[in-house]
Write a protein that binds this ligand. Structure first.
Ligand code: CO8
Length: 260
């Protein structure tokens, strides 16, 4: 499979993946999700000729600004929101359980599915202009790619609830203070830090690294929460509020929610 929306580069034993849709602030459309699935689930699933992955977004404005809203408006017509969320969960589990460490290099907006993608990675390094949030309520829906589960894990229920219910964004320093990112650094230094961390990890036993990832993840192995999220996401995408929220985004206006 050739990649349309992912740039893949090998340097010094590290694979850099750049999500390359800068005009849409690197929003995750189905093609991009499929390519991530192929990279982590097939292409590189059994390869051992690299020590880790750096995942980032093209340009200097966004890591990933969420699921592609213009594309998923059609979910309201098709009625398959739950299945879409379940598919996203499976792809993000591939990243979370990948046999080599994956560092998200967050170089701008990490919103909705973008924040969820960063949280599925093993480590997160933010540049100083990075902004994080789960703004799905602005669209009349809820996080659907694991945000209701993983945000709790990183920052605790109280702050996770606040971010999910308000849709507010936080900056990189606040994200670091809350434990959502490992480091916040100026642009040039952030990538160096990612390389430094992966280089340190590369000197350890690869089996120990793989088993550590499995064991740490097993602490959070509560599939019921993800199923509940997918069901709730599916219900939310069947509402008039979602159609209004998505239309308002496309038309660049404030949404008028009726609770219907
Ligand atoms: N999807 C599609 N296009 C997007 C997205 C997106 N998520 N974000 C930005 N864009 C596009 C804009 O439409 C715009 O395109 P155009 O130039 O053609 O008008 C371009 O990127 C630049 O964006 P803006 O002009 O809006 O730039 P601003 O600097 O004014 O604003 C923001 C930047 C604040 C990031 C703003 O673009 C924004 O709010 N984006 C949406 C963020 C958002 O709501 N993300 C969550 C999406 S929902 C989600 O992720 C759910 C995940 C689960 C889905 C499961 C099943 C599908």
């Amino acid at each position: 499979m050739s990649y349309e929306n992912l740039l893949i580069e090998h340097t010094d034993g590290i694979v850099r993946i750049t999500i390359n849709r800068p005009k849409a602030l690197n929003a995750l459309n189905q093609q991009t999700l499929g390519e991530l699935e192929h990279f982590f689930g097939t292409d590189y699933a059994d390869r051992t000729d690299f020590s880790g992955v750096i995942l980032t977004g093209a340009g200097d404005r966004a890591f990933v600004a969420g699921a592609d809203i213009k594309e998923f408006v059609a979910v309201a017509e098709r009625g398959d929101g739950q299945q879409m969320a379940e598919r996203g969960h499976e792809i993000f589990f591939l990243i979370e359980n990948f046999h080599r460490p994956v560092v998200a290099l967050i170089n701008g907006f990490a919103l909705g599915g973008g924040c969820e993608l960063a949280m599925a990675c093993h480590l997160r390094i933010a540049t100083e202009n990075a902004r994080f949030g789960q703004p799905e309520v602005n669209l009349g829906i809820i996080p659907g790619y694991g945000g209701t589960q993983r945000l709790n894990q990183y920052i605790g229920k109280g702050k996770a609830m606040e971010l999910i219910l308000t849709g507010n964004m936080i900056d990189a320093r606040e994200a670091e203070r809350l434990g959502l990112v490992n480091y916040t650094l100026p642009h040039g230094q952030a990538e160096e830090k990612a390389v430094e961390l992966l280089s340190t990890i590369a000197t350890k036993g690869p089996i120990a690294i793989q088993e550590s990832i499995r064991a740490v993840n097993s602490f959070y192995d509560h599939p019921g929460g993800y199923a509940a999220e997918a069901e709730a996401f599916g219900r939310a995408t069947k509402t008039a509020d979602f159609r209004e929220g998505a239309s308002a985004f496309v038309e660049k206006r404030q949404a008028d929610f009726r609770g219907e």
